[in-house]
Design a protein around this ligand. Structure first.
Ligand code: UD1
Length: 429
């Protein structure tokens, strides 16, 4: 199993290319199930989760082809992958495949829409809370699906096709919004989704579906209206830049000090997090090429943060921000409102000498003068990168074990950071 070894103390200077968004790529790949023509996705990041989903889609009959290198690349382009689902040969998504990644459960939407049935294992994914699927079930039932849960599988059946409906999500869910949106594209009649997730990845999926012939308005707001069509066709779509990767590297630079261009990043995708960094004393400057992040000499100021659905502060940046605040000049309070068990990194950050007090969903972080390198363990995707951020300033050597969590969501992390001066390497055991 690989580890990441970081020796802290170097400032970051240079350019970091931002990859395509993992959380947009996954639903976009799943949308390929909705058409018998080819869906071509550009700027697909090289990630373990993308590979896992390719296997899961393959089991339903989806073929794929990766385009070779092209001349016009700007240095931060991902791969271009063609997905063809001309025939769906299996509507069952087995436990062995789905258990590795929660998002694979989302195949239930397109399978139902195109085939009228699906049998999908209850999901796995990061251990950050119970993460139920009640909202998926409720919204699909509202579209006329019969659903039962048996032996760990959700068995769904819509013998007369999905029916348009008005459905109000009792709680904002990114995944349930993606699924209801995809399902409704091929339903009979009009579907109105209220209290829908407004995340940029939902808008990106809707833009791609519209390109495929779907009739959708309002994506990116909390009310999405979808007029069902008979079929969707092929399309070529470019995945939007990863706002979580952007925020993560912005926090890494804020932590170490230095001056870095996050190339290809889009500020509007994470304005709230950027504003928080400005409050912490970090220079954030949008440029034609991306976002420049700098901190030269100033101390980090403590800032209180509450995680919220978009456009609020993303839960996926909470761990990284907490790592940053361990070195702030004072006390900050961080409240997690999205997942009930997303403080697993606290005990690992404590190994560096961080001072964090937990009280339910609240963490009180008291800044310290220095962190000391330690042996730590990655517990989930975003938590693991917070340990790398701490390691970048910690005195001495930090070893982050269980790196497979990082590989699920961060493309070429060691390469991108070491190109800017970090001492970081991957060690295989
Ligand atoms: C997505 C992101 C993840 C991010 C999260 C919140 C992807 C691949 N993953 O996850 O990185 O942290 O959004 O921004 O895009 N819930 C229910 N019932 C349901 C579904 C969800 O109670 O049926 C709850 C969850 O337990 C959680 C909250 O709703 O407390 C939000 O979860 P959701 O937005 O669905 O997260 P994901 O789509 O799984």
């Amino acid at each position: 199993m690989d580890s990441i070894v970081v020796t802290g103390g170097n400032r970051l200077n240079g350019t970091i290319p931002i990859s395509g968004a993992k959380n947009a790529t996954l639903p976009l790949m799943i949308a390929s199930l909705l058409t018998s023509e080819s869906l071509i996705l550009e700027n697909v990041p090289h990630l373990a989760d993308v590979n896992s989903l390719t296997r899961i889609l393959g089991n339903h009959g989806v073929d794929y082809r990766v385009e070779g290198k092209r001349r016009q690349g700007n240095g931060c382009d991902g791969r271009t992958i063609h997905f063809f689902a001309d025939e769906i040969v299996d509507t069952r998504a087995p436990y062995e495949l789905v258990s590795t990644m929660r998002a694979s459960f989302w195949v239930i939407g397109p399978l139902l829409a195109r085939m009228g049935k699906a049998c999908v294992s209850l999901p796995g994914g990061c251990a950050i809370g119970t993460r139920p699927v009640d909202l998926f079930i409720e919204s699909l039932e509202a579209m006329g699906t019969n659903i039962k849960v048996e032996a760990g599988y959700v068995i769904a059946d819509a013998p007369n096709g999905l029916q348009g409906c008005t459905y109000t999500f009792p709680k904002v869910s990114v995944g349930a919004t993606h699924v209801a949106l995809m399902a409704a594209t091929l339903a009979n009649g009009t579907t109105v989704l209220r209290n829908a997730a407004r995340e940029p990845e939902v808008k990106d999926l809707a833009d791609c579906l519209i390109g495929m012939g779907a009739k959708i308005t309002g994506a990116g707001t909390s009310t999405i209206t979808i007029e069902g069509v008979d079929k969707l066709h092929g399309y070529r779509h470019r995945v939007l830049p990863d706002r979580i990767e952007t925020g993560t590297y912005a926090m890494a630079v804020a932590m170490t000090g230095g001056d870095v261009l996050l190339k290809g990043a889009q500020p509007d995708l994470l304005q709230d997090a950027l504003d928080v960094l400005v409050d912490a004393g970090v220079t954030i400057e949008p440029t034609n090429e991306g976002i420049r992040v700098a901190r030269n000499g100033h101390a980090l100021k403590p800032v209180d943060v509450v995680t919220d659905p978009f456009p609020g502060f993303p839960t996926d940046l909470q761990a990284q921000f907490m790592a940053l605040m361990t070195m702030a000049d004072g006390v900050s309070n961080i409240k997690e409102t999205i997942f009930e068990n997303r403080f697993m990194h606290v005990q690992e950050l404590a190994r560096f000498g961080a001072k964090i007090k937990l009280d339910g969903q609240n963490a009180e972080v008291t800044g310290v003068d220095k962190l000391t390198g330690a042996q730590v363990m990655a517990t989930d995707l975003r938590a693991s990168v917070s340990l790398v951020i701490a390691g970048l300033v910690a005195e001495g050597k930090t070893t982050v074990n269980r790196v497979y969590h990082l590989d699920r969501g961060f493309e070429r992390l060691e390469e991108k950071l070491s190109a800017c001066g970090a001492q970081i390497e991957r060690v295989s055991h």
